[in-house]
Design a protein around this ligand. Structure first.
Ligand SMILES: [Zn+2]
Length: 98
């Protein structure tokens, strides 16, 4: 009988550890979600100002890009959306606003 009680206590501790882990996991998810929301607020496509919105062009390409796009590895020239869209098209990979 004592053995059964010990087993019960052991499993309770185990469950406790697992749910503590879940709480930490949920915390991470929550953090990621709020970071995503913040990003959405900052790069919201609705009220952007083309004159201050920063995009990047390359020396040879015909597209403009968002920071971090794979096409900016070779060259990266900072410009504004207003300037870029006069002579360039929006990149299909990083999808900057048009
Ligand atoms: Zn791009």
């Amino acid at each position: 009988m004592k053995k059964l009680l010990l087993a019960l206590i052991a499993s309770l501790i185990l469950v406790g550890a697992v749910s503590a882990g879940n709480a930490a996991f949920a915390g991470n998810i929550g953090g990621a979600a709020s970071a995503l929301m913040l990003q959405e607020q900052q790069s919201g496509h609705r009220d952007i100002d083309p004159k201050t919105y920063v995009v990047y062009i390359t020396k040879t390409g015909k597209k403009y890009h968002l920071d971090g796009c794979q096409y900016l590895k070779k060259s990266k020239i900072k410009t504004t959306l207003a300037e870029a869209r006069r002579n360039y098209d929006a990149c299909k990979v990083c999808k900057p606003p048009k």
